[in-house]
Design a protein around this ligand. Structure first.
Ligand code: PGA
Length: 255
Protein backbone atom coordinates (compact mmCIF):
# COMPACT_ATOMS: atom_id res chain seq x y z
CA UNK A 1 0.00 0.00 0.00
CA UNK A 2 1.42 3.36 -1.02
CA UNK A 3 0.65 6.22 1.37
CA UNK A 4 -0.75 9.37 -0.21
CA UNK A 5 1.56 12.40 -0.33
CA UNK A 6 0.15 15.88 -0.93
CA UNK A 7 2.67 18.69 -1.42
CA UNK A 8 1.97 22.40 -1.79
CA UNK A 9 4.31 24.19 -4.17
CA UNK A 10 4.01 27.84 -3.16
CA UNK A 11 6.26 28.95 -6.04
CA UNK A 12 7.31 32.63 -5.86
CA UNK A 13 4.34 33.63 -3.73
CA UNK A 14 4.17 34.70 -0.08
CA UNK A 15 6.54 36.91 1.85
CA UNK A 16 7.97 35.43 5.04
CA UNK A 17 5.16 37.03 7.05
CA UNK A 18 2.49 35.66 4.70
CA UNK A 19 4.12 32.24 4.63
CA UNK A 20 4.06 32.03 8.43
CA UNK A 21 0.41 33.01 8.40
CA UNK A 22 -0.49 30.36 5.82
CA UNK A 23 1.52 27.69 7.64
CA UNK A 24 -0.23 28.54 10.91
CA UNK A 25 -3.64 28.28 9.26
CA UNK A 26 -2.77 24.92 7.75
CA UNK A 27 -1.32 23.63 11.00
CA UNK A 28 -4.54 24.46 12.85
CA UNK A 29 -6.65 22.54 10.33
CA UNK A 30 -4.35 19.65 9.55
CA UNK A 31 -2.93 18.70 12.94
CA UNK A 32 -4.96 15.48 13.00
CA UNK A 33 -4.37 14.43 9.39
CA UNK A 34 -1.76 11.80 10.01
CA UNK A 35 -2.84 9.09 7.57
CA UNK A 36 -1.09 10.79 4.66
CA UNK A 37 2.10 12.77 4.10
CA UNK A 38 1.78 16.56 3.85
CA UNK A 39 4.63 18.74 2.56
CA UNK A 40 4.78 22.55 2.32
CA UNK A 41 7.26 24.05 -0.15
CA UNK A 42 7.70 27.80 0.40
CA UNK A 43 10.43 29.91 -1.16
CA UNK A 44 13.97 29.51 0.20
CA UNK A 45 13.92 32.45 2.58
CA UNK A 46 10.70 31.29 4.28
CA UNK A 47 11.82 27.67 4.76
CA UNK A 48 13.10 28.00 8.27
CA UNK A 49 10.16 30.00 9.57
CA UNK A 50 7.61 27.64 8.03
CA UNK A 51 9.52 24.71 9.52
CA UNK A 52 9.34 26.38 12.95
CA UNK A 53 5.57 26.74 12.62
CA UNK A 54 4.95 23.07 11.77
CA UNK A 55 7.67 21.66 14.00
CA UNK A 56 6.35 18.84 16.17
CA UNK A 57 3.44 18.05 13.79
CA UNK A 58 3.49 15.49 10.99
CA UNK A 59 3.60 18.29 8.36
CA UNK A 60 6.97 18.40 6.59
CA UNK A 61 8.75 21.13 4.65
CA UNK A 62 10.46 21.03 1.27
CA UNK A 63 12.47 23.39 -0.95
CA UNK A 64 11.51 24.19 -4.54
CA UNK A 65 15.00 23.84 -5.96
CA UNK A 66 18.64 23.18 -5.03
CA UNK A 67 22.08 23.52 -6.59
CA UNK A 68 24.23 20.40 -6.99
CA UNK A 69 27.52 21.68 -5.58
CA UNK A 70 28.40 21.21 -1.94
CA UNK A 71 29.55 24.83 -1.52
CA UNK A 72 31.58 27.48 -3.31
CA UNK A 73 31.47 30.67 -5.31
CA UNK A 74 28.02 30.15 -6.84
CA UNK A 75 26.26 33.44 -6.20
CA UNK A 76 22.56 33.07 -5.59
CA UNK A 77 22.56 29.31 -5.18
CA UNK A 78 21.57 27.12 -2.23
CA UNK A 79 22.97 23.67 -1.37
CA UNK A 80 21.33 20.54 0.03
CA UNK A 81 23.19 20.94 3.34
CA UNK A 82 21.69 24.43 3.73
CA UNK A 83 18.21 23.13 2.94
CA UNK A 84 18.63 20.24 5.36
CA UNK A 85 19.87 22.59 8.07
CA UNK A 86 16.74 24.74 7.61
CA UNK A 87 14.77 21.65 8.68
CA UNK A 88 13.56 20.37 5.33
CA UNK A 89 12.93 16.77 4.34
CA UNK A 90 12.06 17.20 0.65
CA UNK A 91 13.27 19.06 -2.44
CA UNK A 92 11.33 19.59 -5.66
CA UNK A 93 13.65 18.98 -8.60
CA UNK A 94 13.15 19.67 -12.30
CA UNK A 95 9.84 21.52 -12.09
CA UNK A 96 8.72 22.48 -15.59
CA UNK A 97 9.06 26.17 -14.71
CA UNK A 98 12.72 25.52 -13.87
CA UNK A 99 13.14 23.62 -17.13
CA UNK A 100 11.38 26.38 -19.09
CA UNK A 101 12.81 29.55 -17.52
CA UNK A 102 16.07 28.46 -15.90
CA UNK A 103 17.52 26.01 -18.42
CA UNK A 104 17.07 22.94 -16.24
CA UNK A 105 17.81 19.77 -18.21
CA UNK A 106 17.70 16.03 -17.54
CA UNK A 107 21.42 16.24 -16.78
CA UNK A 108 21.07 18.99 -14.17
CA UNK A 109 18.08 17.18 -12.67
CA UNK A 110 20.22 14.03 -12.39
CA UNK A 111 23.04 15.93 -10.65
CA UNK A 112 20.63 17.58 -8.24
CA UNK A 113 19.08 14.25 -7.29
CA UNK A 114 22.55 12.82 -6.56
CA UNK A 115 23.35 15.82 -4.40
CA UNK A 116 20.17 15.77 -2.30
CA UNK A 117 20.38 12.00 -1.77
CA UNK A 118 23.83 12.46 -0.29
CA UNK A 119 22.27 14.72 2.32
CA UNK A 120 19.34 12.46 3.15
CA UNK A 121 16.73 14.66 1.49
CA UNK A 122 13.86 13.17 -0.52
CA UNK A 123 13.65 14.35 -4.13
CA UNK A 124 10.27 15.12 -5.70
CA UNK A 125 11.22 14.82 -9.35
CA UNK A 126 8.92 16.52 -11.86
CA UNK A 127 8.38 15.11 -15.34
CA UNK A 128 5.84 15.92 -18.04
CA UNK A 129 5.15 16.99 -21.58
CA UNK A 130 4.15 20.40 -22.89
CA UNK A 131 1.15 21.09 -25.10
CA UNK A 132 3.06 20.87 -28.36
CA UNK A 133 4.51 17.51 -27.34
CA UNK A 134 1.11 16.15 -26.31
CA UNK A 135 -0.48 17.32 -29.54
CA UNK A 136 2.24 15.70 -31.62
CA UNK A 137 1.86 12.39 -29.75
CA UNK A 138 5.20 12.69 -28.01
CA UNK A 139 3.90 12.44 -24.44
CA UNK A 140 5.27 8.98 -23.72
CA UNK A 141 8.58 9.68 -25.39
CA UNK A 142 9.11 12.89 -23.39
CA UNK A 143 8.06 11.35 -20.10
CA UNK A 144 10.32 8.34 -20.67
CA UNK A 145 13.19 10.66 -21.48
CA UNK A 146 12.61 12.71 -18.32
CA UNK A 147 12.34 9.65 -16.07
CA UNK A 148 15.34 7.82 -17.54
CA UNK A 149 17.46 10.97 -17.63
CA UNK A 150 16.65 11.79 -14.00
CA UNK A 151 17.24 8.31 -12.63
CA UNK A 152 20.35 7.45 -14.63
CA UNK A 153 23.14 5.87 -12.63
CA UNK A 154 21.32 5.32 -9.32
CA UNK A 155 20.67 2.04 -7.55
CA UNK A 156 17.19 1.16 -6.39
CA UNK A 157 18.40 1.35 -2.79
CA UNK A 158 19.41 4.98 -3.32
CA UNK A 159 16.02 5.79 -4.81
CA UNK A 160 13.81 3.94 -2.35
CA UNK A 161 12.10 7.13 -1.05
CA UNK A 162 11.94 8.88 -4.44
CA UNK A 163 8.76 10.74 -5.36
CA UNK A 164 7.91 11.36 -9.01
CA UNK A 165 5.48 14.13 -9.91
CA UNK A 166 3.82 13.81 -13.29
CA UNK A 167 2.90 17.34 -14.32
CA UNK A 168 1.65 17.86 -17.86
CA UNK A 169 2.91 21.39 -18.54
CA UNK A 170 -0.30 22.35 -20.36
CA UNK A 171 -2.24 21.71 -17.16
CA UNK A 172 -0.07 23.81 -14.83
CA UNK A 173 -1.70 27.02 -13.69
CA UNK A 174 -4.04 26.93 -16.66
CA UNK A 175 -7.13 25.56 -14.97
CA UNK A 176 -6.98 22.71 -17.50
CA UNK A 177 -6.56 19.44 -15.62
CA UNK A 178 -5.60 16.22 -17.31
CA UNK A 179 -8.58 13.90 -17.12
CA UNK A 180 -8.18 11.15 -14.53
CA UNK A 181 -7.86 8.71 -17.46
CA UNK A 182 -5.09 10.74 -19.13
CA UNK A 183 -3.22 11.04 -15.84
CA UNK A 184 -3.63 7.38 -14.89
CA UNK A 185 -2.38 6.30 -18.32
CA UNK A 186 0.89 8.23 -17.89
CA UNK A 187 1.32 7.22 -14.23
CA UNK A 188 1.00 3.55 -15.22
CA UNK A 189 3.54 4.14 -17.98
CA UNK A 190 5.99 5.74 -15.51
CA UNK A 191 5.63 2.71 -13.24
CA UNK A 192 6.36 0.44 -16.19
CA UNK A 193 9.53 2.38 -16.99
CA UNK A 194 10.69 1.95 -13.39
CA UNK A 195 9.92 -1.77 -13.54
CA UNK A 196 12.16 -2.01 -16.60
CA UNK A 197 14.90 0.11 -15.00
CA UNK A 198 14.78 -1.76 -11.67
CA UNK A 199 12.07 -4.27 -10.81
CA UNK A 200 8.40 -4.62 -10.01
CA UNK A 201 8.84 -4.47 -6.27
CA UNK A 202 10.67 -1.14 -6.60
CA UNK A 203 8.18 0.43 -9.00
CA UNK A 204 5.27 -0.82 -6.89
CA UNK A 205 6.59 1.09 -3.89
CA UNK A 206 7.44 4.40 -5.55
CA UNK A 207 4.87 7.15 -5.14
CA UNK A 208 3.82 9.13 -8.20
CA UNK A 209 2.04 12.44 -7.65
CA UNK A 210 -0.11 14.19 -10.22
CA UNK A 211 0.26 17.95 -10.61
CA UNK A 212 -1.50 20.51 -12.80
CA UNK A 213 -4.56 22.48 -11.67
CA UNK A 214 -5.44 20.09 -8.84
CA UNK A 215 -8.42 21.58 -7.01
CA UNK A 216 -10.93 20.49 -4.36
CA UNK A 217 -13.39 19.72 -7.18
CA UNK A 218 -11.19 17.34 -9.14
CA UNK A 219 -8.98 15.79 -6.49
CA UNK A 220 -11.24 12.85 -5.65
CA UNK A 221 -11.46 11.56 -9.22
CA UNK A 222 -7.72 11.90 -9.74
CA UNK A 223 -6.61 10.36 -6.44
CA UNK A 224 -8.97 7.41 -6.84
CA UNK A 225 -6.97 6.09 -9.81
CA UNK A 226 -4.78 3.06 -9.22
CA UNK A 227 -1.40 4.63 -9.95
CA UNK A 228 -1.96 8.16 -8.61
CA UNK A 229 -0.49 8.41 -5.12
CA UNK A 230 -0.84 12.08 -4.31
CA UNK A 231 -0.68 15.58 -5.72
CA UNK A 232 1.74 18.43 -6.21
CA UNK A 233 -0.52 21.44 -5.83
CA UNK A 234 0.33 24.97 -6.93
CA UNK A 235 -2.41 27.62 -6.95
CA UNK A 236 -4.82 25.76 -4.66
CA UNK A 237 -2.11 25.31 -2.01
CA UNK A 238 -1.89 29.07 -1.42
CA UNK A 239 -5.17 29.24 0.50
CA UNK A 240 -5.93 27.38 3.70
CA UNK A 241 -9.44 26.35 2.67
CA UNK A 242 -8.64 24.84 -0.70
CA UNK A 243 -5.48 23.03 0.40
CA UNK A 244 -7.21 21.64 3.49
CA UNK A 245 -10.12 20.44 1.38
CA UNK A 246 -7.77 18.71 -1.05
CA UNK A 247 -6.07 16.92 1.83
CA UNK A 248 -9.24 15.96 3.68
CA UNK A 249 -10.83 14.65 0.49
CA UNK A 250 -7.75 12.55 -0.22
CA UNK A 251 -7.74 11.22 3.34
CA UNK A 252 -11.16 9.72 2.73
CA UNK A 253 -10.09 7.72 -0.33
CA UNK A 254 -9.36 4.03 0.07
CA UNK A 255 -8.14 1.87 -2.78
P1 PGA B 1 -0.97 24.41 -10.36
O1 PGA B 1 0.59 24.14 -10.24
O2 PGA B 1 -1.65 23.51 -9.32
O3 PGA B 1 -1.16 25.86 -10.05
O4 PGA B 1 -1.38 24.04 -11.75
C1 PGA B 1 1.12 22.86 -10.04
C2 PGA B 1 2.62 22.88 -10.06
O5 PGA B 1 3.19 23.61 -10.87
O6 PGA B 1 3.28 22.18 -9.28
Amino acid sequence: MRRFIIAGNWKMYKTITEAIELANGLKRELMDCTSLDIVLCPNYIALEEVQEVVYGTSIKVGAQNVFWQKEGAFTGEVSAAMIKDAGCDYVIIGHSERRQYFAETNETVNKKIAHVLEHGLIPIVCVGENLKERESDKTFQVVEDHVKGALKGFTKEQLKDLIIAYEPVWAIGTGKTATPEQAQEVHKFIREIMTKLFDEEFSGNIRIQYGGSVKPENVKDLMSRADIDGALVGGASLKVDSFVEIIKTTEGITK
